[in-house]
Design a protein around this ligand. Structure first.
Ligand SMILES: C[S@@+](CC[C@H](N)C(=O)[O-])C[C@H]1O[C@@H](n2cnc3c(N)ncnc32)[C@H](O)[C@@H]1O
Length: 314
């Protein structure tokens, strides 16, 4: 499947897992309910006409509400990024002065376009807010960040989001405890909560009590649900799977199957999907199988490339 990538970036973005998640989604006639929306990549690729999408982070919700209302349009984004990109390029301290100006303006006014700017000019596409709820990621240190092609890429992503967001999708700033009880038996809930102990910031604290409450709510919902969580890494297992989630169906995706496998993926966590409906576990375990070429680990690929180059030299 072609995965539509959203204009907002975040370290927790599930772009690579979208085909795996969507392949598991059961046939339901109701709403797509996503209480931990984040960048929106999973919802945007869900194909549902009706949806309830929420997050405690008001900035992502406000951004997409304005896209839905037509306040943020592709042409306006282009004009804004061209203008601010020019200022960034000419600013002192290799662009840092202008990045800081936008950051301070965003922290004061919360303009969704400034939010987009920070998301796309921040270090490594990360999103983090400090204890006062202020933007807390530094500049990527590229004064030429908003090149013509980069702006076009972002503008196209805004356009894609505008096309996919349906008039019947409801965006809300709310905690998951308010959203999950609204689901009915014809809905599907997709949950991607923060992983306990990782990326803690103003909007991403996650405690054992939160996990327990999530478990209680998902255990009693009449809806079908899919929960993203982590299963294990090289050092330990996720205690929460043992404590709560093993009562449901679970499929995992070995890091061996990361597409474009990189050596560092060997140390990353193994992702899991927990769900409360019948599905062919065999079919969904270990992810959507990639092409044989993608299965080659980084070193094997490097060795292969060296051999090929060696041959070409001869
Ligand atoms: C792991 S991220 C979701 C990433 C998303 N699936 C994506 O691909 O971009 C978790 C999200 O949950 C939100 N969040 C954290 N605590 C929450 C809570 N108690 N209720 C609702 N949303 C919460 C965070 O703001 C964050 O956007």
């Amino acid at each position: 499947m072609r995965v539509v990538v959203p204009p907002i970036k975040s370290q927790g973005i599930k772009t690579k897992l979208v085909p795996w998640i969507q392949a598991l989604v059961p046939d339901v006639s109701g709403h797509w309910i996503e209480p931990f929306l984040g960048t929106g990549v999973v919802a945007f690729n869900s194909g549902f006409q009706r949806a309830l999408l929420s997050d405690t982070n008001p900035h992502v919700i406000r951004f997409y509400q304005q896209v839905q209302q037509g306040v943020i349009r592709a042409s306006r984004v282009r004009a804004y990024l061209q203008e601010e990109g020019k200022r960034l390029q000419c600013a002192r301290n290799s662009g840092y002065d202008h990045f800081n100006l936008i950051r301070d303006r965003f922290n004061r006014d919360h303009d969704p376009l400034d939010f987009l700017f920070l998301s796309r000019a921040g270090f490594n596409g990360m999103m983090r807010f400090n204890r006062r709820g202020e933007w807390n990621i530094p500049f990527c240190k590229k004064p030429q960040r908003f090149s013509r092609s980069y702006i076009t890429k972002i503008v196209n992503q805004v356009h894609d989001a505008a096309c996919l967001i349906q008039p019947e999708w409801e965006f809300r700033v709310a905690p998951f405890q308010e959203i999950i009880p609204q689901a009915t038996s014809s809905d599907i809930i997709y949950c991607d909560p923060p992983y306990a102990g990782r990326y803690v910031d103003y909007y991403n604290g996650w405690t054992d009590e939160d996990e327990q409450r999530l478990f209680e709510l998902l255990s009693s919902t009449p809806a079908k649900f899919i929960l993203s969580t982590w299963h294990h890494n090289d050092y330990r297992h996720n205690d929460m799977v043992e404590r709560y989630w093993r009562r449901f169906n679970i499929v995992t995706r070995d890091h061996f199957y990361h597409s474009g496998a990189k050596i560092e993926n060997r140390n990353t966590i193994v992702e899991a999907l927990v769900f409360n409906f019948d599905a062919n576990i065999e079919e969904h375990n270990h992810g959507v199988r990639p092409k044989p070429e993608q299965l080659m680990l980084f070193e094997e690929r490097a060795e292969y490339m060296t051999q090929q180059l060696g041959r070409a030299d001869v």
